[in-house]
Design a protein around this ligand. Structure first.
Ligand code: ADE
Length: 225
């Protein structure tokens, strides 16, 4: 898989992808990630890429010319072009799984008020939001999307099971709580069933606790759990 990230802040997008599991996946050649500075396509002598919104209002809008030139230069016949924006569809694990099967992602990061809508209409395949809050720019959101996608590439996770038995493998269920040694920590004991060796009982306990946790933390999901 190849991922190109188009942003005003390539360092912000790449920093979280330069360590640990994701860096290992990159080192092993499972994915090639490159950051590109949008300003490199600006034709302005001051490398300007934005202007004020038509119709007035605060902030600045990324201009279509620079975005068009950059996207056309980076896009290939098999590219999925994604815009990171709080106006996008909320990212879910099922979509992450589908995107991990793509050959080439071009992730465009918004900034300020957003990007000129003519680019959204003509060159963007899909708009994605990582949550109902607003970040200062899309570079962090791009890093979140890349992390979620790359960890699902075959070989990225040490134990391939860990991607199967986790929260949102079932989209309406969180994972059960987990424990490790010591068995007694400050007087708090690991639930006995987990030490019983009875796998059927452990499975039933985990299912029950997963439901309980979903009801507590995500009442919106638990209606469907
Ligand atoms: N850019 C700013 N906020 C964002 C969000 N919540 N999701 C995706 N991109 C963003």
């Amino acid at each position: 898989m190849k991922i190109d990230i188009l942003t005003l802040f390539p360092e912000i997008a790449l920093a979280p992808l330069s360590d640990s599991i994701i860096q290992r996946a990159r080192g092993a050649g499972l994915v090639e990630v490159r950051g590109h500075n949008l300003r490199d396509w600006s034709e302005d002598k001051h490398r300007r890429v934005d202007d004020s919104p038509c119709g007035g209002g605060p902030g600045m809008v990324l201009q279509p010319g620079t975005l068009h030139a950059a996207i056309m230069a980076l896009k290939k016949h098999n590219t999925r072009v994604i815009l990171m924006t709080p106006q996008g569809a909320p990212l879910k694990q099922a979509r992450v799984r589908e995107l991990s099967a793509e050959t080439h992602l071009l992730i465009v990061c918004g900034h300020y008020e957003g990007i000129d809508h003519r680019i959204v209409e003509t060159l963007i395949d899909e708009e994605i939001s990582i949550g109902d809050y607003v970040l200062t720019n899309g570079a962090l959101a791009a890093a979140v999307l890349c992390d979620a996608v790359i960890r699902l590439l075959p070989g990225a996770l040490g134990d391939s099971q860990s991607a199967v038995e986790e929260s949102f493998s079932d989209p309406n269920l969180l994972e059960a709580p987990c424990y490790t040694r010591p068995i007694d920590f400050m007087g708090m004991k690991v639930p006995e069933v987990l030490l019983s060796g009875n796998h059927a009982k452990i499975e039933a306990w985990r299912e029950e606790r997963a439901l309980e946790r979903t009801r507590q933390n995500r009442p919106d999901l638990s209606e469907n759990a």
